[in-house]
Structure formats: C-alpha cells, structure tokens
Design a protein around this ligand. Structure first.
Ligand code: GLN
Length: 312
C-alpha cells in the first residue's frame, strides 16, 4: 500500500505552525539565537526518488551536529575501523557537551555524536588528510551527496562565532589532548569542527544527504558513487542509539527511527529502504533537540507506520 505523503506533510506543517510553545533558541551561538523561531520546514525523499517538500524546506539553515553523521561516514570511509580505538559506540546518557565521562573513561569519548566524540572524528580526518585537505574534502563530500551541491557552503560568520565563544569545546579538545585521544593542534581541530557544524543546507538538501543511509550505501547521490554498506549500517546504528544525546531513548520511543539532531533545529531521520527525512524548527527542548521537529517526526511516523520498531 502506498501512502499519499503530500496531504500528510501539509497537515503536519499547518498543525505545528499554529503551536505557541516552540522551544528555546540556543543562546550560546549568537547567530543561531537570532533565527526566526516560526520557521518550519519538512522534506521527505522516498526510495523511488520522489521528493516531497512542505513549509520552509528550501530555506538554508545551520545543520550543526547533523554534520556529525557525515563526518563519521567520511572518517569510516577514509580512516577505517581503527577509528573505533579512539571513540566508542555507546550511548552516553549525558548532555551533548558533557566533559564528566572523559575523566573516568581515559579520554575516550562514548560515541561520535557527542561533541567530544565528534572532535575526535575531526582530529582523525586531519591526521589522515591534513588541515586544508580535510576542510576541502568534507565540503566536497557534502556537495557530492546533494543534487545541487554548489549551494552547500560553510557559513564563516557562524564558524567564527563558535570559535570565539565555544569555550566548552576548547576545554573538551584540550582535555582529550592530555590523554592523546586528540593528536593534532587543538585550535586547528576545533576550527575544522566548527566549520563542519557551520554548514548551511536546506531540508531538501539534508534529506538528499541521507539517501545513502536509506539505500544501505548505494547511489548516495544522482552522481552515484557507493559508500560501503557496512559504513551505512554502522552510522544508522549510532544514529539510533546516540543521535539525540540524553534524549536518544525517548526519541526511539516516540519516533522509532535512526535520527540525528542539531542545535540549529534540524533533524535528519532515516526509514531504511523507504525514506530519508529532514525537518527544521529552530526552537529546542531541554536536551537541545528540536521541539517541534521531534513532534513532526512523531506525527509523520504515526500517519505512515514508518517506525522501524513497529506501529504504535
Ligand atoms: N556546534 C555545536 C557545538 O559544538 C553543535 C552542538 C549541537 O548541534 N548539538 O556546541
């Protein structure tokens, strides 16, 4: 049975646009605190190539930690499985920027989606590729995953704002350097990490960037080079267990899909074999995940039965 998605997306968008409680904007990154909280976009790419858009799905926004999905993918493809000697694969149960577990766990972050883990992934990319090449290749990789890649770019103002005020990330990187988990100059690693977070994309482009996760690595874009199926499966598994920080459990209960959030209010979610979904609503819940974005996915899964864990 095929579901007609257009009316479902229209109804979800109309319902959530009326909401008064839209969550809170992140205050620690000034340009993100200035975004209009009424923005709402939704894009669903189906396995047969059909794309469905609603609301502000064509408006670029800061993808922030959703880039951790793509950085992990690139690291698994270029560094390989030795990556897992530097970062683990376990849910953290802690805030995205927590430092506490690092001390008891010998400087090895719990997973690649908390900030500490993502900084390690970036460090590994720099060890393998060098600073400039890592900056260049990551952007090229993101562009290759989207159908109109040229418009995907680093927002230099956001990257700079984070570099100027990201004291917690500075602490994480330096602390891990004392254990040798981070190997390169920490300023260089952070500069690249902040650039990754400062990528600007639309919901449509983000949904396209998740195509390889929907297809198990095949034809990640219309241009089509494959990503190893093991990489795709691994990344989806980490999204399922760690994609929403200390809110990962409740996201699994409510939505039941591998997903990754960003503090810019975006979420990328995957229905294996069926769809790649991107949603954007800038206001966040207590765990720093999009409040209405999560609700939109919950409504979508309810209407389509797409949860990988069965119908509610
Ligand atoms: N750039 C943000 C940070 O490092 C990313 C956090 C997020 O999106 N959860 O704090």
């Amino acid at each position: 049975m095929t579901t007609d998605l257009a009316p479902i997306l229209t109804a979800i968008t109309a319902q959530l646009r009326r909401r008064r409680d839209r969550g809170v904007l992140p205050r620690y990154i000034a340009p993100l605190a200035a975004v209009d909280p009424r923005k709402f976009g939704l894009a669903v790419l189906e396995a047969d190539g059909r794309m469905h858009l609603a609301g502000d799905a064509e408006e670029p926004f800061s993808i922030q930690s959703i880039s951790k999905v793509h950085a992990l993918t690139m690291a698994l493809e270029t560094v390989g499985s030795t990556l897992w000697t530097h970062v683990r694969q376990e849910p953290s149960g802690s805030a995205f920027n927590s430092i506490t577990q690092l001390e008891s766990e010998h400087g090895i972050p719990r997973n690649p989606f908390i900030n500490a883990g993502a900084i390690v992934v970036t460090d590994q990319l720099i060890t393998r590729l060098g600073r400039q090449q890592a900056r260049h290749d990551f952007l090229a990789f993101m562009r290759s995953l989207t159908d109109d890649g040229a418009s995907v770019r680093y927002d230099e103002a956001i990257a700079r704002a984070e570099y100027d005020s990201g004291f917690r990330n500075v602490a994480l990187a330096n602390y891990m350097r004392t254990f040798g988990t981070v190997q390169n100059n920490t300023s260089a690693v952070l500069r690249q990490y902040f650039h990754q977070c400062a990528l600007t994309m639309t919901c449509r482009q983000l949904a396209e960037s998740g195509r390889f996760l929907m297809t198990g690595g095949r034809a990640p874009s219309r241009r089509g080079m494959a990503i190893a199926s093991r990489t795709a499966r691994t990344v989806a598994a980490v999204m399922m267990t760690c994609g929403h920080y200390d809110g990962s459990g409740s996201f699994a209960v409510r939505v039941g899909l591998p997903g990754k959030s960003g503090v810019g209010g975006g979420i990328l979610a995957i229905v294996p074999g069926i769809a790649s979904i991107a949603v954007w609503s800038p206001g966040l819940n207590e765990q720093g995940n999009s409040l209405l974005g999560t609700e939109a996915l919950e409504l979508l899964v309810e209407a389509t039965g797409w949860s990988v864990l069965g119908r509610a």
